[in-house]
Design a protein around this ligand. Structure first.
Ligand SMILES: C[S@@+](CC[C@H](N)C(=O)[O-])C[C@H]1O[C@@H](n2cnc3c(N)ncnc32)[C@H](O)[C@@H]1O
Length: 295
């Protein structure tokens, strides 16, 4: 049985690189900038709070591994996912809001993933929202790095030379979607602006926030190649974070621009180790009010 990180485990030192194979993968997406590696620290963070929060808001949900884990493990009563991207939103709308997850899972099982089918399906634009969800999953699985933004290239060789099929695991996707369908009563999805939804809960002390914006605060803007919507007003995001009644945990790229914003608002920050898909060891910056639980 794979090891699961559960609340109450002793802290992981900031330099510890989490083995993502030991974290349960719950998202149907392979998401660029996905936070599977952060999941053990999410348990630590929520466990460090004096009261169990009623609600978690994830304003930049993407593949939503954090929100899905929190809902599945009942770490809060409710989880609100927010995402602005139409393609990503189609998937969450279909599974969470429309209750059509089983339909989607079956369609994935039936899809004949050949180069010709992929090409003609990805070209279609007159689709129902549910078909759009299927199209997004196919695109996410055949594009390099799971990138959905325009201009992303397709996998050429992939694992064991399987090319576009190398990330196509219909049975696994089926299981993950069915599992999300089963916890749908604890999940809500909003297709919109994460900052706007944060404003709605700004005064609610029972709501906590996991904030993972596109990494575009620095000159380099690594996130601009990964997402269709990559422009975020980081200064406003930090101002808003300061006004939140409930606690928050933010992740950003470890660059001087972000560190300056964190310092300016009196936030605590800590560089934590993570591994990229190319196995290079990098650090990202975790930001919060008090990160003593991390040390
Ligand atoms: C770093 S990714 C999130 C990755 C996610 N934490 C995961 O583990 O998969 C940032 C996401 O924010 C979304 N986004 C950008 N601007 C947004 C906005 N104003 N409101 C909501 N989502 C936004 C992007 O489309 C992208 O999916």
């Amino acid at each position: 049985m794979s090891q699961l990180y559960l609340p109450g485990l002793s802290p992981l030192p900031a330099g510890h690189v989490v083995n993502v194979a030991s974290v349960k993968h719950r998202s149907p997406f392979r998401y660029p900038g996905g936070k599977t590696w952060l999941v053990p620290r999410i348990y630590q963070w929520l466990n460090s709070l004096p009261h169990r929060p009623a609600r978690l808001v994830e304003p930049f949900a993407g593949g939503a591994i954090v929100g899905l884990t929190v809902a599945a493990e009942r770490l809060t009563d409710q989880v609100i996912l927010v995402e602005i991207d139409d393609q990503v939103a189609a998937v969450w709308e279909t599974i969470i809001n429309c209750g059509e997850g089983l339909w989607l899972a079956e369609q994935i099982g039936d899809f004949q993933l050949t180069a010709e089918n992929v090409e003609s399906f990805l070209r279609q634009d007159n689709l129902t929202p549910q078909e759009r969800a299927l199209q997004t999953i196919v695109r996410n699985r055949v594009n390099r790095g799971g990138i959905l933004a325009e201009g992303a290239g397709k996998l050429k060789f992939g694992e064991n030379g399987r090319g576009i099929r190398s990330r196509w695991y219909p049975a696994t996707l089926w299981k993950r979607i069915v599992a999300i369908d089963a916890i749908r009563d604890r999940l809500s999805f909003i297709h919109g602006d994460g900052l706007e939804v944060m404003r709605q809960y700004v005064g609610d002390s029972g709501t906590v926030f996991f904030i993972d914006p596109p990494y575009t605060a620095s000159e380099k803007k690594p996130g601009s190649r990964l997402y269709t919507h990559w422009q975020v007003d980081h200064a406003e995001l930090f101002r808003l974070a300061r006004r939140l009644e409930g606690d928050f945990l933010m992740t950003c790229d470890n660059v001087s621009e972000v560190q300056a914003l964190a310092d300016q608002h009196g936030f605590d920050s800590e560089a934590v180790a993570m591994k990229t898909t190319h196995h290079a060891q990098l650090t990202e910056l975790l930001i919060g009010r008090d990160l003593d639980w991390l040390r």
